[in-house]
Design a protein around this ligand. Sequence first.
Ligand code: AMP
Length: 214
Amino acid sequence: MNIILFGPPGAGKGTQGSLLEERYDLVRLSTGELLREAARNGTALGLQARVFMDAGELVPDAVILGMVGEVMHARGNRGGFIFDGFPRTGAQALALDAMAREMGSPIDAVLVLTVDDEELVRRLSGRLYCPNCGRIFQRYSDPPAKEGTCDTCGHALDQREDDREDTVRRRLDVYREQTAPVLQKFEKLGVPIHHIDGDRSVDDVNASLTAILG
Ligand code: AMP
């Protein structure tokens, strides 16, 4: 089974993708996480990508497709993927469809998480992460016990450069202009598309997703 988790930044794709990954025997492939790891490691690809990411713009298709192709071919036909934050352009969607068919496991469904823009701004601009263990906190709804400190490992929390409010607003524009229209490509390809209200508790959203996937 191959699934695409679709939706604007902050809609909960990462959280839900991790839960689905545990429940079904799938690998979550988050292009955002792969890019951040490459940037942390200081690779040429990572440093090139970082300029686009910090500005809230999309990283060029060739960079993304090279990276995704490598991961997909390394895993081969052993189980499927949950694509998180990919594809984000029409060219990426067509390339993914071709790669998945070539590997004999086409895309089964696109699950779209929908959340209002103002709620997304609130969620993203309040998001804090631990650079040491990766745990995510939410300043308003899920704050750490001690301000600015990770509950798990005690490291100081940080904010992603692209979670600053002006960059968040740019990322939402980019989603609307360049990524949302990608759904029409999947419609044309005949891939089932499901819309899920993402403005609910993590458990409720997860229940809707698992009801769809069966
Ligand atoms: P995310 O963590 O999915 O919100 O991604 C963070 C940033 O990485 C995005 O704002 C883009 O700059 C870049 N990025 C992640 N995935 C893609 C993609 N599929 N295509 C282009 N840029 C991407």
